[in-house]
Design a protein. Structure first.
Length: 358
């Protein structure tokens, strides 16, 4: 296992930190340090904890041209015991390697991923906020660094981890959101990269997201690229549809939907509660018809950033429909409260999801 060289940063004073932590928003504030590890012909080397700051890269760096880059997202929480808890970090380590494999990038040993994340969290533990709805959002990423314009897998890579104290993902807080059903743009196609966390997946979602915002919506819902009929995901969140008797439906991992860590946690929690979860294709027509008839009780979206958010309305070029009066329903609230309770160390964790430094 690589040892990390430590280059301590000038730590920002406590008052400055407190002012930034009071209302950090999402992804705007960064901690004092970051991790970098390089990959070359001898494998992973030069693991470092260094001051957070600019990277120096050749303008020919492969990642800048062909998007051979990936990222992950996970959260650290200040627990009532005074310790720091990470939520299912090994799931992110595994998914990072699934993404790396798809993008012809090198695998990063899971233990090295975990050590990198913990080294940063411990160095910057004063930046883990403890306010309601707050956490330290951790962003590991990997980029191809060959200074070469030929189209082929790079031979050198940089893996880095930065961290951002964060509050609610949506500026409106936890109120139900309105989504835009994208009929003009697809996010992912069969055989593509929708099932992994390729940075390029997010670039291709941005035009649709701008359209959603122009239509007064908070987020996009993408349909399948082939028939434009089946609900896939929202680009940064997976979707769940709640029926009578806590019967949940969610689109199956069909190769173009991201296997969200929160999605998996919701499924396991719901089944643990004795609820039914069906992973099956779910069409936009079924969504609209069941919302209009009242058979559909709730819809919610989940992701690491947002955790769980109710969807109150769905809009598209064909009009708008409301789900259960656009209010958050009891199943959404119960799953959110349980998940957040486990993440924050307030509720029993029968799954062993909240982990302390080994
Ligand atoms: C997540 O919440 O899992 C995301 O992917 C959101 C992130 C892209 C900000």
């Amino acid at each position: 296992m690589l040892e990390f060289d430590i280059v301590p940063a000038r730590r920002r004073p406590a008052e400055e930190r407190a002012a930034l932590l009071a209302d950090p928003g999402f992804g705007r504030v960064f901690t004092d340090h970051m991790i970098t590890i390089k990959f070359g012909e001898d494998g992973w080397h030069d693991a470092r904890l260094i001051p957070f700051g600019p990277l120096s890269l050749s303008p020919a760096t492969a990642a800048l041209h062909y998007s051979q880059e990936l990222f992950e997202g996970l959260k650290a929480y200040a627990l009532p015991s005074g310790e720091i808890g990470l939520f299912r970090p090994e799931a992110n380590a595994r998914r990072l390697n699934a993404t790396a494999e798809r993008l012809a990038m090198p695998a990063l040993p899971e233990e090295l991923f975990l050590k990198a994340v913990w080294t940063l969290v411990e160095a910057d533990r004063d930046w883990v906020p403890s306010g309601e709805g707050q956490s330290l959002y951790i962003r590991p990423f990997m980029i191809a660094t060959d200074p070469f314009l030929g189209v082929r897998p790079s031979s050198e890579y940089l893996f880095a981890v930065i961290a951002s104290p964060s509050g609610a993902y949506f500026s409106g807080g936890a109120k139900p959101v309105t989504v835009w059903i994208s009929q003009d743009y697809s996010r992912a196609a069969p055989g593509g990269t929708g099932h992994v966390k390729a940075a390029a997946n997010y670039a291709v979602s941005l035009r649709a997201q701008a359209q959603a915002q122009d239509a007064g919506c908070d987020q996009t819902v993408f349909l399948d690229a082939v028939e434009q009929r089946w609900i896939e995901e929202s680009g940064s969140m997976n979707l769940f549809f709640v029926y009578e008797n806590s019967h949940l439906v969610t689109p199956p991992l069909n190769g173009s939907i991201l296997p969200g860590v929160t999605r998996d946690s919701v499924i396991r929690l719901a089944r643990h509660n004795g609820w039914t979860v069906e992973e099956r294709p779910y069409s936009v027509d079924e969504w609209r018809a069941d919302a209009e008839s009242g058979a559909l009780r709730e819809t919610f979206a989940c992701g690491t950033g947002v955790v769980i958010t109710a969807i109150g309305r769905a809009r598209s070029r064909d009009g708008e429909f409301t789900i259960a009066g656009a209010a958050e329903g009891p199943v959404t609230a119960s799953i959110r409260d349980t998940l957040v309770g486990i993440q924050r160390g307030r509720l029993e964790d029968p799954f062993g999801w909240s982990v302390r430094r080994p």
